[in-house]
Design a protein around this ligand. Structure first.
Ligand code: AKB
Length: 313
């Protein structure tokens, strides 16, 4: 039987690109995009779109039955910076949608789910560099707390109820097709637009803040690779660490200057600095390498080159 896939949050930063890749792989009509707002034109025009709030489980059940859905990609969440502005709402949305999606999947016969976790599960007591898969995990943001709890639920539903849930701890994601929404790593996308538009960027993190990042091409590749991996190869049923690139705002600016020599960066750290300071600078992806052969394609130089040639202003 052909897989039928529903993407929750198809209008978001990951959803936009993941929906298109899934349509390339599984066929346009086999991937149903859903969100509470219209998606990018290419998503709206290339296949089915349904208006759906990720907390509307009755609506989700109807779509699953209508299209005979076999896989769910649940990408809806309030991220780290927006989450701190409304912690109760962030918790309710992030946790409520996760459990509701799992229970609806079980009742309606969907067996396979992708749900992203984040490097936000790590906190100030986590080692700063090359963070191993199993380490101290004491997040300080409500987003991180919800992702850590979510990882526990993924493991629980897999072991107790047989739901094949797979997850990755995404680092900050950088792409040009859709803007990020409310994260602490968003500066690493905004900087490209401002570099091309004004040759100047005011960064909300200080110059030496090292964070784990990844080009969207690699994030999508990792997601599809994990979802394709044979179940018996997967030793992690919480969420996999994956390694990508890591850099500071200063190092990113230096790289951008290789292409735009008079680019200027100004530092004006705000409340997001404390969030960034609680996160590690780089990640060890040894389990992802061992279990499903994870290797990123992009380094800092290639990522910057590709972003600058594709960002439209
Ligand atoms: C954020 O900054 O909140 C996200 C993340 C690291 O999960 N990009």
């Amino acid at each position: 039987m052909n897989d039928k896939i529903i993407v929750l949050g198809a209008s978001g930063q990951i959803g936009t690109e993941l929906t298109m890749e899934l349509r390339n792989k599984f066929g346009n009509n086999n991937v149903i995009a859903t969100d509470i707002k219209n998606a990018a034109d290419e998503v709206m025009q290339s296949g089915p779109f349904e208006y759906l709030d990720a907390m509307n489980f009755k609506g989700l059940a109807e779509i699953i039955d209508k299209y005979k859905v076999t896989q769910i990609y649940h990408l809806v969440a309030l991220l780290s910076a927006t989450g701190e502005k409304n912690p109760q709402f962030a918790w309710n949305l992030n946790m409520g949608s996760l459990l509701g999606v799992f229970d609806t999947a079980l009742v309606h016969g969907v067996k396979k789910i992708f749900w992203p976790s984040s490097i936000a599960v790590f906190g100030p007591t986590t080692p700063k560099l090359n963070v191993p898969q199993h380490t101290v995990i004491e997040p300080s943001t409500v987003y991180g707390i919800s992702k850590l709890a979510g990882e526990g639920w993924c493991n629980y539903y897999f072991n107790k109820k047989g739901l094949d849930i797979r997850s990755i701890r995404y680092p900050g994601l950088i792409g040009y097709k859709s803007a990020p929404g409310g994260g602490t790593t968003d500066y690493a996308v905004e900087i490209f637009y401002e570099a091309k538009r004004k040759k100047e960027y005011t960064c909300f993190l200080n110059e030496n803040t090292r964070l784990p990042m990844m080009y969207m091409h690699d994030a999508i590749k990792a997601t599809l690779q994990l979802m394709d991996a044979p179940a018996e190869k997967l030793s992690i049923r919480t969420a996999y660490n994956i390694n990508g690139i890591d850099f500071t705002p200063k190092e990113l600016a230096i790289e951008i200057r290789k292409f735009i020599p008079d680019f200027k960066i100004i530092y004006a750290p705000d409340f997001r600095q404390a969030i960034a300071d609680s996160w590690p600078g780089s990640i060890d992806g040894a389990y992802a390498l061992e279990d499903w052969n994870w290797k990123p394609d992009y380094d800092l130089n290639n990522m910057v080159k590709d972003m600058l040639s594709n960002v439209q202003i």
